[in-house]
Design a protein around this ligand. Structure first.
Ligand code: SF4
Length: 342
């Protein structure tokens, strides 16, 4: 089996800000905000698309108002299939950009333009493009968590749910792969596929904060619990998992597995959907050394900010047409691959 190699590049550091103080609202205030957003969505011919890591009330409202709660790929796909002319994307910036790339004719608004992702920050196009040029014998595969400019230099874009299948497909053709930006997901895919992979040294500050030693102790204290781990975590944490998978795979496991308890190594926002689908089960966060596993950027999305952007039209996502046209190619390649694999 070929081993993975870490690309010899110096990436920018990225510090996650403190998790924002959650707005304190009464049930009546939440209901009033939701009603206001429903009115604005109708008025603006808009639909709300939220990620699993956003606050519970936002996820509920997205579903109640005919929008969707999903992972990044399904968020973009939903936007393509929905007739609304405005998409309100509650997530982080690359999700808004991907929605815009796939829905060029639609207006895409985001509740907070400062909501970024450490993987995206770790992989600036100014460093990535020349690195790809210097390794032109490699097929460039990038994870969804990248800017439009980085996607525009890629041959393929993948999400965590389809990454392994795409890499296996490329490896079967004897291709060498330049993978970015997440070294941990890339390392997991490499171990599973045996592919020849050069890994960009980026990472998720949230998923790498889960602590393997503390998780071992927690497992011992909860012998009936199944451990669900996202492959953006370190290999020591992945090695302790009963199930390793994307957010969608983890939700499916929480629903289907018979265990009464689950220890979950991903952002705790996912518990909203897990509790909705399996209300009789208990979900515990895996121990984390930073901010209890919360992604501060995802938590910048609030009902209040959704009201503001719908009222003002602020925070519209724009992607230069030539970048969008080029970035659409690796995304479409993945969508076509996924359609063939069904
Ligand atoms: S949880 Fe990690 S990968 Fe997801 S948006 Fe936050 S920093 Fe990025």
């Amino acid at each position: 089996m070929t081993t993975a190699q870490l690309a010899p590049v110096q990436i920018p550091s990225c510090q996650m800000p403190p998790v924002p103080v959650f707005p304190q609202r009464t049930a009546e205030e939440t209901a009033r905000l939701k009603e206001r957003i429903r009115d604005l969505l109708r008025q603006e011919n808009a639909v709300l698309v939220a990620h699993y890591y956003t606050e519970a009330a936002l996820q509920e409202l997205a579903e109640e108002s005919g929008g969707c709660v999903a992972d990044s790929l399904e968020m973009a796909r939903f936007g393509m299939s929905h007739p609304a002319s405005t998409l309100v994307v509650a997530g982080v910036r690359f999700m808004g950009e991907t929605s815009k790339i796939l829905n060029n004719e639609k207006r895409v608004l985001m509740p907070d333009p400062a909501a970024t992702c450490s993987m995206d920050e770790h992989c600036p196009a100014e460093l990535f493009v020349p690195f790809c040029d210097a390794h032109s014998d490699h097929t460039v595969v990038v994870y969804a968590n990248t800017s439009a400019a980085v996607k525009a230099r890629a041959d393929w874009m993948v999400t965590s749910g389809i990454a392994l299948a795409v890499v296996q497909h490329l490896a079967a053709q004897g291709k060498k792969i330049l993978w970015a930006p997440d070294q941990h997901l890339g390392g997991y895919v490499q171990r599973e596929s045996g592919a020849d992979m050069l890994l960009w040294p980026g990472s998720c500050v949230v998923h790498t904060s889960f602590d393997a030693e503390a998780l071992k102790r927690m497992k011992a204290e909860h012998p009936e619990a199944a451990v669900l781990v996202h492959p953006e975590s370190s290999k020591e944490v992945v090695a302790l998992a009963d199930v390793v998978g994307s957010t969608t795979a983890m939700i499916r496991a929480a629903e289907k597995m018979p265990n009464p308890e689950f220890i979950v190594a991903t952002e705790p926002g996912i518990f909203s959907k897990m509790r909705q689908l399996a209300p009789e089960k208990r979900f515990l966060s895996a121990p984390s050394v930073e901010q209890d596993g919360f992604c501060a950027w995802m938590k910048m999305n609030t009902l209040e900010k959704v009201v503001t952007v719908l009222e003002s039209g602020a925070n519209e996502i724009r992607v230069a047409p030539e970048v969008a046209a080029r970035a659409r190619i690796p995304i479409q390649r993945m969508l076509d691959f996924a359609a063939r694999a069904r």
